[in-house]
Design a protein around this ligand. Sequence first.
Ligand code: ZN
Length: 81
Amino acid sequence: MDFEPEINPRYRKPTAPCPKCECHIKHGEMECYHCGYELTVDDIRTLKQYMRKQWFHGMWICLKIIPIAIILFALYFSLFE
Ligand SMILES: [Zn+2]
């Protein structure tokens, strides 16, 4: 059985696609546990850049969601007061 113990993907370790099989590799792994591909220094650098982009992307989504939530709350209270 292969299942994810973590429920919320936001709390998972950052992952990046393997250069060979494109399965996700966790941060800190030295080789792909899907196809056994050993990561080179250049691969790790690329993966780290990808993970950082993903992290910034997540932060950007959070920054966009907070004002939308505030507006929705404001609308909700102005309609039902
Ligand atoms: Zn792989």
